[in-house]
Design a protein around this ligand. Sequence first.
Ligand code: CP
Ligand code: NVA
Length: 324
Amino acid sequence: MASAGKPSLSGTSAKSRARARSLLSISDLSRRDLGALLERMKSMKPAIKRGETLSDLHGLAVGLFFEKPSTRTRTSFEVATIRLDGHPIYLAADDLQTSRGEPIKDTARILGSYFDIIVGRVYSHDTLRALAQFSGVPVLNGLSDLEHPTQVISDLFTISESKGKLQGLTLAFIGDGDNVCNSLLLGASLIGMNVVTACPSGYGPNPEILRKAHENAKRSGSTVRVVDDPKEAAVDSDVLYTDVWVSMGEEKEMKRRLRAFRGFQINSEILKLASKDAIVMHCLPAHRGMEITDDVIEGKQSVVWRQAENKLYGAAVSLDYVKA
Ligand code: CP
Ligand code: NVA
């Protein structure tokens, strides 16, 4: 256990959780909140990289309730918790009584009485809502079928690191209108980036999220466009982003999806249409030869490895945000 008096970038006691709140969707954040999170990542990144242990989560227990596999999100939240002087415990849903039918609201009540913060990776977004409602502690969305907000917080940071700004840039998302696409639409439009999506017919983003993204864009002075043609989306874009064609939980649809998504790939042809200094992003895991080609993901415009590293700092600021 760390002693009191270790540096805390927030300057607040980890025990003062008067404003405890969950982060299930990017829509839970105001533009100001999102801007502040990105600013904080700027100061937290060098400290964490230097190996400092901050005291922001001093004495707090963080439970990671995961129904799906994860490499980056799980470990970045675990390491971020340790770096902030808290204690992470991984809870594979398969090992819990939930796998034998215990209702999520009962599980949530129990976890809420043991943990200070819960990070959830779930099939249904409703499971996160139930966790937040019945646990009584802040819940962070570590990916659901609807959104992947903590991914997008760190992605926006990666873009601003690479480009020196966010406002006025254009992000083109090519591929499946999935959880990552939904959170990108909300996050980019909130902060004032233009977003354009190109998804196969029937695989577009969630309509309600699209509606909110249009509202955000109106307020932030940016644009949201939905097009059918990946080439049209790519033209003059500053950021080219893609994700898997088959998300976790959709394995049964594999054959149909592989047919539908042919052509919705980030490859050198598509990259040529983007701005000269465009960056290429992917939340990972990547399937080379499907949504992205090997030469592009390994190429000099790809920032995916730094993007993945930044998830550690994104996890840190997200944990700090909900416990504050
Ligand atoms: N990007 C992301 O969420 O990766 P993991 O599935 O490995 O957590
Ligand atoms: N859309 C993907 C993201 C993985 C990080 C999935 O849900 O599987």
